[in-house]
Design a binder for this molecule. Structure first.
Ligand code: FAD
Ligand code: NAI
Length: 486
């Protein structure tokens, strides 16, 4: 007999697995279908984020940052580490262990919450006219199973965007999976794309000793970030970390030779320049993944860039079919995917009880961004350039980590925090940070903005001393030109 569920979730990344768990918590009979296999060919839940994204990249960033601190900064504390060395295979094994623990953890969470987990590729077949149930095919190799569900949540994520003239082999030409699995430090590493992956992965291997050159098509560095933050980041990454960053480039060809890879590129000044390297990371963005879903066959609407079209409630054009995470509009971030998963689960549970749930909606305007470089970069809300082009009058307050006692004690004094507030109402419109542990500090900024705080609200809140959070406090005070310690 065909197994029947209230909800079928396709994809077990942070969008899908969180949606499945929340559905189950709300009493819905839920199945989650996922096709991911790890390098050993074993099913591995957690999607891009847990297998080859957020978690493994942060593990390598931590290892390489520890090495860089030991190599260059411990000496300032009087700690001498002569003969320091880096064992890359140990670092990779540690990363793999973390991934295994977390992906296995999702399987345990599914069991605990009674989510049925099916391994295989999910294809949406059709909605039965009479019952209104969706038929879904689950294909695992030669095994094919059909299940049915009243609601469907598509959370099939994204895959790395490819360049037309070079094929990723994850041996010498790497995408994120290959960049996270190198077992030797490449002497010369090229990175195409100075986006989030390019900068994080470039940092890992630069800290361990690679000569890293990053080639970026856009004329300016890190154009999604606030301009002032981007300038500070470019200065620090170039001068302190030693990344070579070239913007405004056009890649003309990539030759994979026996001994090396040669990238031929042009920039605004020179028509043809050659970059010779041992490995190349291609990190030019990600594409929504609808392969195998049967989107065209069932009439699931996608836009011209391949994203599944959804409204603000993540509803697709098909009845009772929702889509969340990287496969729909909005930033490709794990926390955005998860929050959409929760919102959709709550909407479905409400609908099953016969009422709408208008509040189950993700606020795409207040989503924190973090880039885990050193110094870290984090922001929420509008940048100065966005406010200027929208003609919104604002006041800015800024404070440097250099003037903060905790940052001095840590020996991490690069960067600053900037608060942007509406010139009339003082409501905070954006907070931008570059500096130590700003990945943690940004949470306060998100809370402030979600509660529609003014810069004065943050200025009046007591912040512990000495702590890095005082930099945000002082930046809020600086909006009204009353920062104390500068
Ligand atoms: P995914 O995580 O991509 O999961 C989709 C799942 O669906 C996969 O398991 C896939 O195999 C499965 N699937 C696809 N099609 C089917 C099908 N037809 N049937 C069955 N299963 C299917 N974000 C952050 O917020 N913070 C970070 O620090 C961060 N670091 C990153 C580092 C790297 C190197 C990369 C590549 C990404 C990083 N991201 C980070 C982005 C983050 O990984 C994604 O935004 C997030 O994984 C999206 O979640 P998702 O559930 O939409 O999709
Ligand atoms: P990205 O969109 O961040 O950056 C891609 C960069 O490549 C852009 O700067 C783009 O201009 C450049 N580019 C595109 N085509 C090019 C070409 N032909 N030549 C040279 N440069 C070119 O994409 P990325 O780094 O691949 O990451 C994908 C997504 O994954 C990110 O946007 C982010 O949403 C997510 N991610 C998040 C992380 C985090 O939250 N810390 C970490 C890593 C990834």
């Amino acid at each position: 007999m065909t197994k029947s569920f209230d909800v079928a979730v396709i994809g077990a990344g942070p969008g899908g697995y969180v949606a499945a768990i929340r559905c189950a918590q709300l009493g819905l009979n839920t199945v989650c279908i996922d096709e991911w296999k790890n390098e050993q060919g074993v099913a591995s839940l957690g999607g891009t984020c847990l297998n080859v994204g957020c978690i493994p990249s942060k593990a390598l960033l931590e290892s390489s940052e520890n090495y860089a601190r030991a190599a260059h900064k411990f000496i300032d504390h009087g700690i001498n580490l002569e003969g320091l060395s880096m064992d890359v295979p140990v670092m990779i094994t540690r990363k793999n262990k973390i991934v295994k623990a977390f992906t296995g953890g999702i399987a345990m969470l599914f069991k605990k919450n009674k989510v049925t987990s099916l391994h295989g590729s999910g294809t949406l077949l059709k909605q039965e006219q009479e019952s209104g149930l969706w038929k879904i095919q689950v294909k695992n190799g030669t095994e094919i199973e059909e299940i049915q569900a009243e609601y469907v949540i598509i959370a099939t994520g994204s895959t790395p965007r490819q360049l037309p003239f070079i094929k990723v082999d994850n041996d010498r030409i790497l995408d994120n999976s290959g960049a996270l699995a190198l077992t030797e430090i490449p002497k010369r590493l090229g990175v195409i794309g100075a986006g989030v992956i390019g900068l994080e992965m470039g940092s890992v291997w630069r800290r361990l000793g690679s000569e890293v050159t990053v080639l970026e098509a856009q004329p300016n560095f890190l154009m999604a970030a606030d301009e002032q933050i981007a300038k500070e980041a470019q200065k620090t990454f170039t001068r302190e970390l030693g990344l070579v960053i070239q913007t405004g480039v056009k890649i003309k060809s990539i030759q994979v030779e026996e001994q090396q890879i040669v990238v031929d590129y042009a920039d605004a000044k020179v028509d043809s320049q050659k970059l010779e390297i041992d490995k190349l990371i291609v990190a030019v963005g990600r594409s929504p993944n609808t392969a195998g879903l049967g989107a065209d066959e069932i009439g699931l609407k996608t836009n011209e860039r391949g994203y599944i079209e959804v409204d603000e409630y993540c509803r697709s054009n098909l009845p009772k079919v929702y889509a969340v995470g990287d496969v729909v509009r909005g930033p490709m971030l794990a926390h955005k995917a998860s929050e959409e998963g929760v919102a959709v689960a709550e909407m479905i549970a409400s609908a099953k009880q016969g009422h709408a749930n208008e509040s189950a909606k993700v606020n795409l305007d207040i989503i924190p961004w973090v880039i885990y470089t050193s110094p870290e970069i984090a922001w929420v809300g509008k940048t100065e350039q966005e406010l200027k082009s929208a003609g919104i009058a604002y006041r800015a307050g800024q404070f440097p980590f250099m003037a903060n006692g905790r940052a001095r004690a840590l020996g991490e004094t690069s960067g600053f925090v900037k608060v942007l507030a509406d010139a009339d109402t003082d409501r905070i419109l954006g907070i931008h940070m570059i500096g130590p542990y700003v990945s943690e500090m940004i949470a306060e900024a998100v809370v402030a903005m979600e509660f529609a705080a003014s810069s004065e609200d943050v200025a009046r809140i007591i912040h512990a001393h000495p702590s890095l959070s005082e930099v945000l406090h002082e930046a809020a005070l600086a909006v009204d030109k009353r920062a104390i310690h500068i």
